[in-house]
Design a protein around this ligand. Structure first.
Ligand SMILES: Nc1ncnc2c1ncn2[C@@H]1O[C@H](COP(=O)(O)OP(=O)(O)O)[C@@H](O)[C@H]1O
Ligand SMILES: [Mg+2]
Length: 375
């Protein structure tokens, strides 16, 4: 007599080609219906129009057909909601961590439990820390400047804030925030984040002398990133801002897959070409099912003495990007020398020149982001 358990058991041989984990563990199998020799299986895909759905469908057909007494198999495909998808990604991620870490399943529990225990509480499924990934299509648009000022802005709103400088090719948070000491470890051999301007910061420059080129590829980055989470003594945080590497490519995708819960803020300049490049970054994020919270346009205009705005880099990039992505434009940051001076001098403009137009804009953006992240 064919039972649902038998079918479920068989289905656990089918892996999601993207997440490399079986569809039962990922909670993708929603319903199993058996009527005589006819078996109907409802499968929830992680994403609408998943290009790999055909593979899943064929594999489901195959394993169920192989069961005794099955004549016909129907597969119905659905799509997960955001919450379900996040859980599925978190599970697949924990599994991959367990495998990487070589924590074999012993008598004391499954590898998944072991991994989640080792994993930083910051990343656990029920962590209340809001992770904001600050992304851009290309370098030089002010992503790091925005990250530093937003972090301080959020801390001025009363939050406990951290920055993870994951732009391993172009890390600059140390310089921007005026922190230069090499990494120090506590007794548990965890790295103590810098504590500057009331925020907690971890950056590559704690480990590598400044200006030394770092040439790393995806797998190394993954390892580093894992260490930034697991081997750092992070205090409890309300917000963790991640200064992401610019662009798309392996690195961005890797980050996206590791942090499906991160909310992305995309920084662009007003140029329409910049918008195109940023759009591709957004595409990658969407494919990895990350939520894009909104857009910040930087270097929008030079404020003139009479109050006019000199639009040095054109106009419309931020507006049109936010419209295309159907997310808010959080603000337009003017191009002001005080911003660059702040970044170069280790005291971001929001602190060094709080009355400047740029500083005020950063503060407003921090408030809007805070509202959006809690909405
Ligand atoms: N709004 C701004 N006004 C003036 N200078 C800016 C502004 N935003 C960024 N900069 C300067 O532009 C340069 C690039 O900014 P940065 O934040 O390092 O970009 P990214 O991280 O995207 O590569 C830095 O020298 C920074 O000080
Ligand atoms: Mg940068």
């Amino acid at each position: 007599m064919l039972t649902q358990d038998m079918v479920r058991e068989a289905l656990s041989q089918v892996t999601d080609p993207e997440l490399h984990y079986d569809i039962v563990s990922l909670n993708m199998v929603r319903d199993i219906h058996i009527e005589e020799g006819m078996v109907t299986v409802d499968v929830a895909l992680t994403v609408q129009g998943c290009p790999l759905h055909q593979k899943i469908e064929t594999d489901v057909q195959k394993v169920v057909h192989a069961l005794p007494g099955v004549d016909q198999v129907a597969v119905h495909l659905h799509v997960m909601n955001d919450e379900e998808r996040r859980t599925a990604f978190a599970r697949a991620f924990q599994k991959s961590q367990a495998e990487r870490g070589g924590t074999s399943s012993g008598p004391h529990g499954s590898p998944m439990q072991t991994a989640s225990q080792q994993w930083s509480p910051l990343l656990s499924e029920n962590s209340s820390t809001i992770v904001l990934g600050i992304a851009s299509g290309k370098g030089g648009v002010g992503k790091s400047t925005v990250t530093a000022n937003l972090a301080i802005g959020l801390s001025r709103l009363g939050y406990r804030v951290g920055i993870m400088d994951m732009d391993i090719y172009g890390y600059s948070q140390g310089r921007m925030l005026g922190a230069h000491e090499p990494a120090r470890a506590n007794q548990a051999q965890k790295v103590i984040p810098w504590h500057v301007h009331n925020i907690h910061v971890v950056s590559m420059s704690m480990f590598v002398p400044e200006n030394q080129a770092v040439v790393w590829r995806g797998p190394m980055l993954g390892k580093m990133m894992q260490q930034f989470f697991t081997d750092v003594a992070w205090p409890p945080l309300d917000y963790l801002l991640i200064d992401l590497p610019p662009g798309t490519g392996d690195v961005a995708l890797d980050v996206a897959q590791r942090l499906p819960q991160a909310l992305l803020v995309i920084v662009t300049t007003p140029q329409i070409v910049a918008r195109e490049v940023a759009m591709r970054t957004a595409d990658v994020a969407r494919r990895a099912h990350q939520r894009i919270l909104g857009v910040i346009e930087n270097m929008s205009y030079v404020p003139m003495p009479e109050g006019q705005r000199l639009t040095l880099f054109g106009t419309g990039g931020g507006e049109s990007l936010s419209r295309a992505l159907d997310v808010p434009l959080f603000g337009q940051v003017p191009l002001e020398s005080s911003v660059r001076e702040g970044s170069d001098g280790g005291i971001p403009v929001i602190l060094s020149a709080p009355d400047s137009e740029a500083a005020q804009t950063f503060m407003q953006i921090a408030q809007k982001i805070d509202a959006a992240a809690h909405a």
